[in-house]
Design a binder for this molecule. Sequence first.
Ligand code: IMO
Ligand code: MG
Length: 434
Amino acid sequence: MKNKVDVVLGLQWGDEGKGKIVDVLAAAYPAVARFQGGPNAGHSLQFDGKSFVVRSIPSGIFREGSENIIGNGVVLDPLAFREECRSVAAMGIVPEKRIAISTKAHLILPTHRLLDAVKEAAAGKGKIGSTLKGIGPAYTDKISRQGLRTGDCLTPGFVQKFGEHTAKHLETIKLIAEGAGLDIPALEDKVFGCSLAQYTASWLEAVEFLKGFRLVNCEYFVSSLLERTPLLAEGAQGSLLDIDYGSYPFVTSSNTTCGGVCTGLGVPPSAVGKVFGIFKAYCTRVGSGPFPTELNDSTGEELRRIGHEFGAVTGRPRRTGWLDLVALKYSVMVNGVTHLIMMKSDCLDTFSAIKACTSYKVKGVVTEELPFDLADAEPVYTEFPGWQQDLTGARSFSELPARFTEYIDFIEGYIGVPVKIISLGPDREATIER
Ligand code: IMO
Ligand code: MG
């Protein structure tokens, strides 16, 4: 292969600003691919005074002439995808011309969404805080070799097969609902805003819509593309939500880390080039699970307010906390990050002191390693004086205040990887490259 696959990954618990960075970097990449996750992602882009959130469509879609690939590692909900395509089309882009989809990408069925909801409702306090997009159940079927793939849509027996899958799911849904005393019609209404039958009819229409796209043998497609152009792989979620390396079981159901690029697109490890790792200058998390540096106080509220930390997919307020350098270094190690990208530093402009977690105390012992259960980690902080200056207008590194650049020097020293891009606002233009 003449060209490389460069990768953009979130290094925290998602919502690091991957959409903006992929959109900025996409100017140099004729092709962008998603390799895992599904519509649980919400990647926000802002340009020309407009803002947009993509979920299953790669964030390269708004770059003139780009090729956008949905790889086999993704789980695709045809109905959510159709909605997204319609909003893209409203902006003058013809999605059918610009998106190619792997025939091996698994489908999210309506009953996967219902299963997600019934399992979460039955779990009570132990719930994951899933986005309820059916992600976990769709990947469960994939791994247990019972899934349906986009390529199946093209086969004559598809609707019948779909019916069989639905019936099997409904048996499980009934069992769980009965055990937890849950009312299924009420649940259907909550998840779909209508009955399962009504929703299914629209879903099947959306399958027809899906057939209007190029359904490709992704491995060959990507391989021949790499002979001509470089490719940018766009991660969804973050490393700390990875099924293997995240804060299990409070994770998503895919490999969000770099290895997922190979299995989710069909490219060999030797094809991977640069690995861009994105992190926010502080941390956020939506859903349940351990979060060592979480701030349940007025500082945390201040971060949420300044950073507009509310979910792009679910609207939920995000939990907020100080930057966790121990966790960040772990993510950099697992992914082999070559370039760090720091987001939303401007959200710390008004703070007189800024903290970063530089070690953990685990059962009384100080360590710089992530413990088996992240819930055991108590943060040990290093404090920095705030720069207390508005960063948003800066367009070159030399314009940045010394206290801020010293803070970046510290981060680079701790992690051992350079911070190559600093983002100081949601717009494409508010980006400094070094
Ligand atoms: P982007 O790509 C933040 C979280 C959910 C929940 C857990 C499991 O926008 O960064 P799931 O629906 O995947 O089964 O939920 O993962 N989660 C995200 N958090 N950003 C995301 O995506 C997320 N996708 C899933 O809140 O805690
Ligand atoms: Mg998100």
